[in-house]
Write a protein that binds this ligand. Structure first.
Ligand code: COA
Length: 331
């Protein structure tokens, strides 16, 4: 029997309506459009402002779109994996809530937390389930409502993050399409540079933690930037080398959208021209687990069967990695 690989066969995405532009941020903190644009490439982000709406509500929109496109019923889903660090509740898993809301009665589901690398870690996990031959339809979501944990008085972080994400369907393929290779890494010693100080078991919420604004993202930007550039470029060039891919063979790079300068550095090391580097950071900012599925969603029409896609990421943890994927259909 031919080897089973996990191919992406449908995509859905969602970003909230409300735009938070650089000019809006100028009114909140001491910053300006020129600084944000030149340092990060971001012009605006989307923010989920409706009361009573959480990460699951964004994911439901995307998964339903994906199911419609594939002509599939939610009850056909075997497994749903949700990459997120901003689930609706501390527990249960956001994935469980999404399955309930879409009516996926035959699926089991769980969350996977790997900050900005969440989607790649979840994609690799989902692909492994497909490769067993036992799972036929696995949904991999990457979503974050970062506005729930961003301090809009901190100019180091509030300029970067936004809300949104996407969902992909994985199905078995025996013709050599889909997820073909991955290099995934973690280094927990990097946690001191990017984390949320309170709210976990180490420091449960108290009046003091709230007064000290410890329930927001804390980031030492310069250090994160340094690790992100070298590590993302390293794994992306490694995955090319070990699959004998030259820059001519790579059709597109889909890199985590944290900072345009980090993506440009990775592309330069891979020797890719700008037209092979997909970007939407200017419109959405860094949506954490959401950036790479949002690239799939935005650029789906561009992809042709057989395209060689390199996915690359770096994020809190530290976590980072790269996936080599051969696209399975003409959109
Ligand atoms: N507006 C205007 N000035 C700002 C600013 C803002 N929003 N944020 C910082 N500055 C100032 C700093 O105070 C500093 O001023 P000083 O030189 O007088 O001290 C100056 O700009 C440079 O700050 P620095 O932090 O060195 O900027 P930077 O070039 O490193 O850019 C980040 C900051 C956050 C954009 C950048 O470090 C970054 O993108 N880091 C990685 C982020 C990331 O990828 N995070 C997610 C991981 S997935």
């Amino acid at each position: 029997m031919s080897k089973i690989t996990a191919a992406i066969t449908a995509i859905g995405g969602y970003v909230p309506e409300t735009r938070l532009t650089n000019f809006d941020l100028e009114k909140l903190v001491d910053t300006n459009d020129e600084w944000i644009t030149s340092r990060t490439g971001i012009k605006e982000r989307r923010i989920l402002t409706e009361p009573g709406k959480g990460t699951s509500d964004m994911a439901v929109e995307a998964v339903n779109e994906m199911l419609r496109k594939r002509g599939m019923d939610a009850n056909e889903i075997d497994l749903l994996i949700m990459a997120t660090i901003t689930g609706d509740l501390v527990f249960p898993s956001c994935a469980n809530i999404v399955c309930d809301k879409i009516g996926a009665k035959n699926a089991w589901s769980f969350d996977l937390a790997a900050a900005c690398s969440g989607f790649l870690f979840a994609l690799e996990t989902g692909a492994r389930f497909i490769e067993t031959g036992r799972y036929k339809k696995v949904v991999v979501c990457g979503f974050d409502k970062m506005s729930a944990i961003i301090d809009y008085t901190d100019r180091n972080t509030c300029i970067i993050f936004g809300d949104g994400g996407g969902a992909v369907l994985l199905e078995p393929n025996t013709e050599g399409y889909g997820v073909l290779d991955s290099i995934l890494k973690t280094d927990g010693s990097g946690r001191e540079y990017l984390h949320q100080k309170a709210g976990g078991s180490l420091k449960p919420p108290t009046h003091e933690t709230i007064d000290a604004r410890e329930h927001y993202v804390y980031q030492e930007g310069k250090t994160v930037f340094k690790f992100a550039t070298t590590n993302m470029a390293d794994v992306s060039t490694q995955i090319m080398e070990r699959n004998n891919l030259t820059s001519d063979d790579v059709t597109y790079l889909l890199a985590h959208q944290a900072n345009k300068r980090i993506i440009d550095y990775t592309a330069e090391k891979m020797q890719l021209p700008p037209e092979k580097v997909l970007m939407n950071i200017q419109r959405y900012g860094n949506t954490t687990s959401g950036t790479i599925p949002l690239l799939f969603w935005d650029y789906e029409k561009l992809f042709r069967k057989g395209d060689n896609l390199i996915l690359a990421t770096f994020g809190g943890g530290f976590t980072w990695g790269s996936i080599y994927l051969k696209w399975a259909y003409n959109s």
